[in-house]
Design a protein around this ligand. Structure first.
Ligand code: NAD
Length: 319
């Protein structure tokens, strides 16, 4: 089969991993890396591929592109690639605005191109396992905490971190949102550096999510409570446990709980994500509806930002 020609736009912290993986995939020919920072040429040299500072010079030269630049640039770059007939993987969040996401979805559908978004936790082997166990979810609690990273300058923790969990929760609780209530605090930047939201779904399930970039110890955990079990997953170690009532009689007399380690075959989520994208581009059809799912996650993230604004204390009157 003909190899797909690939480019990576933005080869900073995450883009360099996209480049490495494309370079390793047997059905991909990594033809160019693009970055406005000329120092990133060393990445291209190390992989024996071309480098350009202007992504427009690779339009028409490639079949697939990963866009791994700051969020505020996703829309323009993705639009240029889609308009020149290229399948696109945009890092999360899809865009900063809903109308931009809608326009990209429209172009990709008209041109029958794949528009996938880097909601990486979907490809975490741990999540893939618990997705099959989770049923009739009643309550989900998520903590995604980490130290401050000055690299992310154009958004707060809701669009940068919490969006992962919003996407995952929308996959697990298949119900519309009834209401949400959020708080966000900016400490080190002009955006919220810590945020918490409670989402109530129409089916009465509730999700509580906390995201922070102010916490020294990194933690990425989800706890799922459902009628017959409690499931916990650590995304970082890709390890999980499931707790169940061990038997009706024992549950009645002493409430014994069984605890089972979930068997997870660890793998690199980004590799699984890019393999899926490449396969989708080869087939010409996506796995599921990644574009609409990403748009839905962005809509909820923007509603959370609105709630944060509404709940912020109002400035005192100046006399
Ligand atoms: P980064 O700052 O390390 O890298 C971004 C790179 O893009 C830089 O090298 C910069 O010079 C380059 N760039 C900026 N504008 C450009 C343009 N117009 N053309 C070409 N290059 C340009 O940032 P990062 O942490 O790698 O984040 C990049 C994107 O990846 C963001 O959207 C972020 O949200 C996303 N991200 C996703 C995950 C995940 O888990 N899925 C993790 C980290 C980052």
């Amino acid at each position: 089969m003909k190899k797909l020609k690939a480019a990576v736009i933005g080869v900073g912290h995450l883009g360099k991993s996209h480049a490495r993986i494309y370079h390793e995939l047997p059905n991909v020919d990594l033809v160019a890396l693009c970055d406005i920072n000329p120092e990133q040429k060393t990445q291209a040299d190390a992989l024996g591929t071309n480098f350009t500072a202007d992504y427009r010079s690779v339009l028409g030269q490639v079949d697939i592109a990963s866009i791994v630049t700051p969020t505020s640039t996703h829309y323009t770059i993705a639009k240029d690639f889609l308009n020149s007939g290229v399948h696109v993987l945009i890092e999360k969040p899809i865009t900063s605005q809903l109308d931009e996401a809608d326009e990209l979805i429209e172009i990709s559908r008209q041109k029958k191109l794949i528009l996938q978004v880097g909601h990486l936790e979907r490809y975490n082997a741990g999540f893939r396992k618990i997705e099959r166990i989770a049923k009739n979810v009643r309550f989900i609690e998520v903590h995604r905490l980490g130290p401050f990273n000055p690299r992310i300058k154009d958004c707060g923790v809701v669009l940068d971190l919490m969006i992962h969990d919003i996407d995952i929760i929308l996959q697990l609780v298949k119900s519309e949102i009834e209401s949400l209530d959020a708080i966000g605090i900016n400490v080190l930047t002009a955006y919220e550096d810590i945020a918490n939201v409670r989402i109530k779904f129409k089916n009465k399930a509730i999700a509580d999510i906390t995201a922070s970039r102010l916490t020294p110890e990194a933690q990425r955990k989800i706890r799922i409570f459902q009628e017959d079990a409690y499931i916990s997953l650590d995304y970082v170690t890709q390890s999980g446990q499931i707790f169940r009532k061990s038997g009706f009689a024992e549950a009645l007399f002493g409430g014994k709980i069984s605890r089972e380690q979930i068997d997870i075959q660890k793998e690199e989520p980004l590799r699984a994500e890019l393999e899926d994208f490449v396969k989708s581009a080869e087939r010409g059809t996506p796995s599921g509806k990644p574009d609409l799912d990403a748009r839905n996650a962005l809509k909820v993230a923007l509603d959370i930002l609105k709630s944060i604004e509404e709940n912020a204390p109002k400035p005192l009157h100046a006399f």
